[in-house]
Design a protein around this ligand. Structure first.
Ligand code: ZN
Length: 104
């Protein structure tokens, strides 16, 4: 079970959010605006670590990319399972996990 954070190895496809992230919507969560961008399975070419459940978001698995509206670089965006993001209030803050959730 890979445990390292793969965020840093993500290809930086855009730094302006004008391209593939153009479809992102803003969601208010925990007093901050968050950009949420759905990724289709066809577009999911890499594995990511879901901060909601600490499980892998698999290649070809549809999910959502989430990053803070305040983060203009996009370097801190997170890839969540769609269900985990929908249940984020039960999953914990995502950035600092408050409990282990080993089940998928
Ligand atoms: Zn998850």
């Amino acid at each position: 079970m890979p445990r390292h954070n793969r965020r840093s190895s993500e290809p930086e496809r855009t730094s302006s959010f004008g391209g593939v992230f153009g479809g992102a919507v803003v969601v208010e969560w925990r007093g901050e605006p968050w950009r949420v961008m759905p990724i289709t399975g066809a577009a999911a070419a890499k594995e990511y670590r879901c901060p909601g459940c600490d499980q892998v978001v698999r290649v070809r698995q549809g999910h959502v990319v989430v990053w803070s509206e305040y983060d203009r670089t996009g370097e801190d965006r997170r890839h969540w399972h769609t269900g985990c993001w929908a249940a984020r209030d039960r999953r914990g803050p995502g950035i600092q996990r408050s409990g282990r959730a080993p089940r998928r």
